[in-house]
Design a protein around this ligand. Structure first.
Ligand SMILES: Nc1nc2c(ncn2[C@@H]2O[C@H](COP(=O)(O)OP(=O)(O)O)[C@@H](O)[C@H]2O)c(=O)[nH]1
Ligand SMILES: [Mg+2]
Length: 233
């Protein structure tokens, strides 16, 4: 059986695990490329519990092991391993561990928080790894975009170079340009379908918590990578 490994690479807390859960578990936000009969047991042990917590507005546990491999099966029968790489490895100095992960991956999705902290460090990591990744499929995904953009914003069309909307990204434009049009805004929390407001409420300590989440754009990068890997036409 053919097997493809897709790495999700990014700093801790940027929203990688949530993105995977939102993209792969939501029945409504249409990632329909998995053979659910073959994948349900694995989803039930990995992403489905996280998806359920998010739907209830409850805190999700941080990724505790160094990396988690989620082994799923596509409709065509190919096994797809999603490798959710913990941030400390992604941004840290363990070069050998990095090389091992990169060598074993067929595609990579870099995950950064829109307007996140430590952008310079994160883009340094991206630029090193992306050159090691040569011609394999790659994408750059920005998370938590509902915090900045309105539901009706044109950025959701991901028009070419939409990311230039953020002047803070100018110093990193060379790295971002390496991805061509494979740069996407996403929001795992999304917007309410009726009010178009972000699906968030303030918790008792003034922190944002998810409320009736309705993810936006989360499946798009996965479709792209599946297509690039030849898993869909
Ligand atoms: N506002 C907002 N918060 C998010 C979004 N996605 C994830 N988060 C929150 O960011 C935190 C870290 O998410 P997690 O997926 O665990 O990050 P990881 O460490 O990169 O895997 C959690 O509290 C999530 O609920 C989003 O789309 N919008
Ligand atoms: Mg995680």
């Amino acid at each position: 059986m053919t097997k493809k490994t897709i790495a999700l690479w990014g700093d801790t807390q940027v929203g990688k695990t949530t993105l995977l859960a939102a993209a792969l578990c939501s029945q409504y936000h249409g990632f329909d490329l998995l053979d659910l009969n073959a994948s349900n047991a694995e989803l039930g042990q990995t992403l489905a519990p996280i998806w359920r917590l998010l739907q209830k507005g409850m805190p999700t546990p941080p990724t505790s092991s160094a990396k988690i491999d989620i082994r799923l099966t596509c409709k065509g029968g190919t096994e797809v391993h999603f490798r959710d790489v913990r941030g400390a490895i992604a941004s840290g100095e363990d070069h050998n561990e990095k090389l091992k992960i990169i060598d074993g991956s067929d595609a990579i999705i870099f995950v950064l928080e829109w307007n996140g902290r430590n952008m310079a460090d994160q883009f340094n990591a991206v630029s090193t790894i992306v050159t090691m990744f040569d011609k394999r499929p790659k994408a750059l995904v920005f998370t938590k975009c509902e915090k900045t953009f309105e539901a009706v914003s044109e950025v959701w069309d991901a028009f070419p170079e939409w990311w230039r909307e953020n002047p803070a990204l100018a110093p990193h434009s060379q790295v971002i340009s390496l991805f061509g049009t494979a740069v996407w805004p996403t929001s795992s929390w999304g917007y309410d379908n009726e009010t178009w407001m972000p699906c968030a409420i303030l918790g008792e300590f003034g922190q944002l918590i998810p409320f009736r989440i309705n993810p936006k754009g989360v499946e798009v990068p996965f479709y792209f990578i599946f297509r690039e890997l030849g898993l869909i036409p």
